[in-house]
Design a protein around this ligand. Structure first.
Ligand code: 0X9
Ligand code: ZN
Length: 442
């Protein structure tokens, strides 16, 4: 007969009501306060759990029982002294409960938290650290900054957006010209989350500086540093980086992940996007099949004031603009002139190479082709530092964070400035006069 559910398991399933005796549960690191717009339009706050998983210890003395544990959806990480331990999402806890097996479910404690950067890369942020930073920034920037979730990742993590707009918070509409900075569509490109985070910090820390104050007073700035948190957590889990690019979709062939930068629904499934689930550039079964891309889509569609988008990636030191799915230039000639002028202007500051995405290679379903093609948003991809795999590739070391941010601050401020009318960049005499505004804004 199956043993009855242990009382300790029941208690542990409601951690808020029953604090763990050893106080190892780090409430602050696991939760974050976000703003939500209620249906009535007012702003409410809620505390969200940033890591939905629990650590479970199941009495499982034989492999048959352990298979049942695994079938319930627990990812077994350890088998010791007749117990199988591992991570479980709420649905797996429910399934485990139905097995009647005796188990304990514990909120993640730091000592049960192997997913983190190695010591030498500790300056990079894992998901909990990123969430805590964004939360702190929202508090520090009260009156200007708000933090909200644009949706959930596949594994249930909130996709956090920090917004800088003194007149609108959370998901509220705003008439101000809007810009969105995103990072970490690709899991292993960790630097791509650090740069938008530092940008948020810079803007909040310097919010009283006249040039920054003027810039922020006239714009609606969104910063979404980690579009693919599940992939990030996996990439840093264990004793080595996994070089993981995609999200954590379990594909039918047993492989993990859809390439979020092949999953957007503009010319989806054309060149440079694989149909093989095991491929690093797997496009997914359908356009916008993934919750992460669906959330970005819904967010962008909800904010019709967005005029500029910058998606940070690594590496190669490039400034890319549409198209990416075809070698043909975008048909809107004045817009192309504006793209070229903006890319050239920014390249003079960060030293990157400006080019259409398709010059790099043809790839369909990327963020910027969709944002430009479907929404008319001036959209750039920055491939950050370093230049090559041999000079650090996806793991350039913590020292790259500050220098890469310094190189890209001026381009970021320029894009914020240009958001009122990016097309003006195509008119040379006006572009020159606007440049001085931004130069002075540093
Ligand atoms: O391939 C990508 O998704 C991007 N490069 S990365 O090394 N970060 O993976 C570049 C996307 C540029 N877009 C197109 N070439 N369409
Ligand atoms: Zn990338």
């Amino acid at each position: 007969m199956r043993p009855a559910l242990a009382l300790s398991a029941l208690l542990a399933l409601t951690p808020a009501a029953h604090a763990l005796p050893d106080k190892a549960f780090d409430e602050a690191a696991r939760t974050v306060k976000v703003e939500q717009t209620t249906p009535a339009g007012s702003v409410a706050h809620k505390i969200i759990d940033v890591d939905p998983r629990l650590w479970v210890e199941v009495e499982a003395p034989d492999s048959e029982t352990r298979t049942a544990v695994s079938d319930a959806g627990v990812s077994i990480e350890e088998v010791l002294a007749g117990k199988a331990s591992g991570f479980a999402l709420p649905a797996a806890i429910e399934a485990l409960r139905k097995t009647g097996l005796k188990f304990k479910a514990l909120p993640l404690k730091s000592r049960f938290h192997p997913e983190d950067f190695p010591k030498e890369d500790a300056a990079f942020h894992n998901y909990a650290e990123m969430s805590a930073e964004l939360s702190a920034l929202a508090a520090q920037g009260a009156g200007l900054a708000s933090l909200f979730s644009i949706g959930k990742s596949l594994q249930g993590r909130d996709l956090l957006a920090l917004r800088l707009n003194s007149a609108a918070s959370g998901n509220e509409a705003s008439a101000r010209p809007g810009i969105v900075f995103m990072g970490n569509h690709h899991a292993r490109e960790h630097l791509s989350a650090e740069i938008p985070l530092l940008l948020a910090k810079y803007l909040i820390n310097n919010r009283e500086k006249p040039e920054i104050k003027a810039l922020l007073a006239a714009r609606d700035v969104f910063i979404i540093p980690m579009v693919n948190p599940d992939g990030v957590e996996y990439d840093v889990d264990g004793d080595r980086y996994h070089m993981h690019r995609k999200n954590m979709r379990q594909n039918p062939d047993g492989s993990a992940g859809v390439d979020l930068n092949r999953n957007y629904g503009f010319h989806w499934g054309e060149g440079g996007a694989s149909t093989d689930p095991g491929s690093d550039t797997y496009r997914g079964p359908a356009p916008f099949s993934e919750p992460e891309t669906q959330s970005v889509k819904a967010f962008i569609e909800a904010h019709g004031n967005l005029t500029v988008l910058l998606s940070f990636h690594t590496f190669s030191e490039l400034i890319l603009y549409p198209w990416g799915h075809t070698h043909a230039p975008i048909p809107d000639a004045p817009a192309l002139a504006a793209y070229q002028a903006m890319a050239r202007t920014m390249a003079a500051w960060n030293g990157y190479k400006p080019q259409p995405s398709s010059d790099l290679y043809i790839a369909s379903g990327d963020t910027t082709d969709w944002a430009w093609g479907a929404r008319g948003i001036f959209s750039f991809t920055f491939e950050l530092t370093p230049k090559s795999m041999w000079s650090g590739g996806f793991y350039p070391g913590a020292a790259a964070i500050a220098s890469t941010f310094q190189a890209n601050l001026r381009p970021a401020l320029y894009l914020i400035d240009m958001a009122d009318n990016p097309r003006r960049a195509g008119a040379p005499q006006q572009a020159a006069s606007r440049e001085t505004t931004v130069t002075g804004g540093r």
